[in-house]
Design a protein around this ligand. Structure first.
Ligand code: URA
Length: 230
């Protein structure tokens, strides 16, 4: 482990330890998708939109009541050539204020985790299931997810990432069309919807801020990300 990784592990509050088993023994192989995953990518008019038009459509969206309470929409950020797409839940207070995903405390932890595995925020693409902040950071409502997620599906189709990591149960539940617990969803490989894009699931950084004991497990997930991107 180099000095920089070590620095960021300290920053994240992760103690360095060695697993007795190799991580790969816990993982299914690509193609062993353990869940039915039948989310279609087509069937929405937004399927023809390019990045600029998609961004404009999101900015003017009034499909659900979140448009009444948002300061602004939060489209997504990062490299349009990114191999890794990170999908979170929904904007919070700071994201709503700045118009960028993961810029609050959870975002700082996400940045530290990326740096710990040698990735820069600018070289990945980050988006959320919802593009508008739910009031008081409540959970996304099912009808909000239904109305908003065609945008995310189009982002995936335009980006064509090599790997998607779903952070937290809301992202995992939407992307995998399941209600399994996060602990059951981790440590497995999936394919996103009808695509061949591999997908893995990890803890949401906000959860890790409340449960730092799981940071070491999250770090294993992020090491897997690097392995899969290589
Ligand atoms: N939590 C998320 O899921 N997304 C954000 O953009 C910020 C916090």
């Amino acid at each position: 482990m180099n000095q920089t990784s070590s620095y960021y592990l300290d920053l994240m509050g992760i103690q360095r330890w060695k697993s007795r088993e190799t991580l790969s023994s816990h993982w299914s192989l690509p193609g062993d998708s353990v869940l039915p995953n039948n989310l279609p990518l087509d069937g929405f008019s937004i399927d023809q939109l390019d990045w600029d038009d998609l961004r404009s459509k999101v900015a003017e969206c009034t499909a659900c009541d979140l448009c009444k309470t948002r300061k602004q929409t939060v489209f997504g950020v990062g490299s349009l050539q990114a191999k890794l797409m990170i999908v979170g839940e929904a904007p919070g207070f700071y994201e709503d204020a700045q118009g960028e995903p993961f810029v609050g405390k959870a975002g700082q932890l996400l940045n530290a985790m990326l740096q710990a595995i040698g990735l820069k925020r600018e070289e990945v693409y980050i988006a959320n299931v919802l593009k508008c902040r739910p009031p008081n950071n409540r959970d996304p409502a099912p009808e909000e997810v239904v109305k908003c997620t065609p945008f995310l599906k189009r982002q995936v189709a335009l980006l064509k990432p090599k790997l998607i990591i779903a952070l937290g149960r809301h992202a995992a539940h939407f992307l995998l069309d399941t209600h399994e617990s996060l602990s059951k969803l981790r440590n497995k490989m999936y394919a996103y919807a009808t695509t061949e894009v591999p997908l893995i699931v990890s803890y949401h950084p906000a959860y890790l801020l409340r449960n730092p004991i799981d940071k070491k497990h999250a770090y294993q997930d992020w090491q897997k990300v690097i392995e899969l991107l290589q």
